[in-house]
Design a binder for this molecule. Sequence first.
Ligand SMILES: O=C1O[C@H](COP(=O)(O)O)[C@@H](O)[C@H](O)[C@H]1O
Length: 256
Amino acid sequence: MAAENKNKNKNVQVFDSEEDLAVSLAKYTADLSAKFGKEKGSFTVVLSGGSLIDSLRKLVEPPYVDSIEWAKWHVFWVDERVVPKDHDDSNYKLAYDGFLSQVPITTGNVYAINDALSAEGAAEDYETCLKHLTKSNILATSAATGFPKFDLMLLGMGPDGHIASLFPGHPLLKENEKWVTFIKDSPKPPPERITFTFPVINSSAYIAMVVCGAGKSSAVQTALGNNQNSDLLPVQMALAEEEFTWFLDKDATSKL
Ligand SMILES: O=C1O[C@H](COP(=O)(O)O)[C@@H](O)[C@H](O)[C@H]1O
């Protein structure tokens, strides 16, 4: 019964090419921006790093660049590497260069981590920032879990099935109290990162899981095929309160 409920709001969309996926992802994001903008006057969006940012490229082109109410956007990161914001490994820099610098989002509504702090300090500081935003109702709170409820998380997945900086088999997968935590032994460089925890990810209203390329087809097969393994990959542990949508290109589904 529980497993059934957990999966009932999961959709899978497969596109012939990454280009088609990018077109559809832009419309999906713009539609949710309009919905939440109308319903609550703001849109809280969480970005991951990695290849996801390139797949958002259609949002900075007409018609979306002109039609989206960017002033209502509040932008967060599901994970960040503990490096200066101008470092090539920074998820903030990746998003700023490829997306945020090209749209009129209010600078004060872009919530980057404090890159002057240690991993522990940055995670604590980011959690404190989220707590202030829930108190001022910019960020909603899930009635079901008590954790912050972001409107949309735009997430990528690594070839090993990791999402955010939550890696297969890592003890952080079991964190169930903190909103934001840190890792100092990330198997993917750089080793020091901060990351949202599963209770926060799984309290999101909507999640788009964006996965492209044959290199990720094994993890997609594990997640969406008839896999009976009880050790779940991080991507398999992710849920959304309203709707979870896989955006996959054909190559990513080549083992299904
Ligand atoms: O290290 C990270 O990797 C994942 C996946 O990246 P991708 O380039 O394989 O799409 C990313 O979602 C995460 O935010 C990032 O820190």
